[in-house]
Design a binder for this molecule. Structure first.
Ligand code: NDP
Length: 432
């Protein structure tokens, strides 16, 4: 059920009716799913898939280290009674992936390995006739640069093969873009300004740790900032733009402008958006550690020679930082991620719209053994997979999530642990 929380001066309450998913009774679209990646997000995806045996009739979890898959499978069996098969694969290798797919014959692959593997997995999907879903866009290992062009280049081939590829189906990217599609469908006649706001107000008790893969996370937040304005991208120095923002049930947090991948597809799919930005909160302690890591060269992604062996500093750093998957047990507090949008409503009146979810680290941990950042990524991936399996999001080609119908997805998201809320005509806190 949806709770509606109010913040800002005189917000208008909106009640959104959940739409119950009707599953296909002939089971034609339901069947076997394969999860690739056994990290924090993979743990959540495995648990949540197992909670829907009516949709995922068989589940296989494969990753580089099979013992991690076995450990997750044992926990899932304890929690749900469902048995998940496990396997091993190097997802950088298309032949290994094809061998895996031919052995298990899944209908859909949920890719929650690293963004480096997106293209090889897509290639193998085409070769073996498997549909595809991921939560992060492709990045080359040797350049901290992410854009959709590499994956969009597969469009014609997926379309011709009659296969669906769903890109960026985590929280952000993922739910953030689906929130925008929902606002466009139900509230706005013209969206003008979009600010995606991502706050983690949790405390894991460590001096420094990242909430998902440290290598991917540090590469993302040490880049230059970038946002869309009046038809072009505007670049800023790293974390140079910031302002305090008020998050529901949390309070005021300093929020920093970052480039985030969903902006790229959103400004194309919703061309009336004049300005699109992404903000994330960071504490001072975190920023100090990050600055030192950069200053001493530990964020470098080029190889350096150490004891006659080439190592990549950021990969070494990952090995000594806390494993994000281990943070859950003592994590307190919650996350709040949403979209603040302004423009003209369906009647042509100036209006604002804030749609968001709050997720408690402890609740996420109790249910899946993972903290809220893994949970808010894994649950949408599973809901997206359910949309595909039940025939609601089947569209041959390569698509970003906002291209699909947001209604059944958001109804199911709320039923699966991530309720969301809407505030109409509240204060968005952006005064320009
Ligand atoms: P982890 O590092 O915890 O897990 C990654 C998993 O992928 C590990 O099990 C790892 O294996 C496996 N893996 C890495 N390389 C390969 C390979 N070549 N072949 C097979 N398996 C491989 O990451 P997270 O779980 O934190 O994140 C997973 C994904 O989710 C990332 O792509 C991340 O960017 C994305 N994400 C998306 C978010 C969103 O909201 N959209 C938010 C947070 C994360 P091994 O254990 O052997 O290292």
């Amino acid at each position: 059920m949806f709770l509606i929380w109010d913040i800002g001066p005189d917000p208008v309450k909106v009640t959104v009716k959940p739409v119950k998913i009707t599953l296909k009774s002939d089971k034609e679209e339901m069947g076997k799913v394969m999860i690739i990646g056994a990290g924090g997000v993979g743990t959540v995806v495995a648990h949540k898939c197992a909670m829907h045996p009516e949709v995922f009739t068989e589940i296989v979890l494969a990753s580089r280290t099979q013992s991690k898959c076995d450990a997750i499978s044992a926990k899932v069996a304890d929690a749900t009674g469902v048995r998940i098969a496990t396997d091993r694969v190097d997802a950088d290798s298309v032949p290994e992936l094809c061998e895996l797919f031919r052995r298990h014959r899944p209908e859909l692959v949920i890719n929650v390995a690293l963004p480096y593997q997106d293209l090889t997995i897509m290639e193998a999907c085409l070769e073996c006739g498997v549909s595809y879903l991921d939560t992060a866009n492709y990045e080359p290992k040797d350049e901290a640069h992410f854009e959709y062009s590499w994956q969009w280049a597969f469009r014609k081939r997926f379309e011709k093969a009659g296969l669906t590829a769903i890109l960026g189906c985590g929280f952000d990217p993922g739910v953030s873009a689906i929130f925008v599609a929902y606002a466009a469908k139900h509230h706005f006649s013209e969206m003008r300004c979009l600010d995606i706001v991502d706050c983690n107000a949790g405390n894991h008790g460590k001096a420094f740790a990242t909430n998902f893969n440290p290598e991917i996370n540090i590469r993302e937040i040490t880049q230059k900032g970038k946002y869309w304005e009046d038809g072009k991208w505007v670049e800023t120095e790293n974390l140079a733009m910031h302002q305090p923002l008020t998050y529901p049930n949390i309070g005021v947090r300093e929020s920093y402008l970052l480039y985030h991948e969903e902006l790229e597809s959103l400004v194309i799919n919703f061309p009336t958006i004049r300005r699109a930005r992404f903000w994330m909160t960071f504490g001072q302690e975190y920023l100090t550690h990050l600055r030192v890591i950069q200053d001493i060269g530990m964020a470098r992604i080029d190889p350096v020679l150490y004891n006659g062996q080439e190592i990549i500093p950021i990969q070494f750093l990952k090995a000594v930082l806390p494993d994000p998957g281990s943070l859950g047990e003592n994590y307190t507090g919650e996350t709040s991620i949403g979209c603040r949008i302004s423009g003209l409503d369906k009647e042509g009146k100036e209006s604002t719209y804030y749609i968001y979810n709050n997720c408690s680290h402890q609740e996420a941990y109790k249910e899946t053994g993972a903290q809220a950042v893994s949970y808010t990524t894994g649950v949408p991936a599973v809901v997206g997979a359910m949309m595909f399996m039940t025939g609601k999001w089947v569209m041959p080609g390569v698509h970003n999530v906002e291209e699909f119908d947001p209604d059944p997805f958001l109804a199911s998201l709320a039923e699966n642990g991530l309720p969301w809320h809407v505030i109409v005509d509240g204060d968005l806190e952006f005064n320009d």
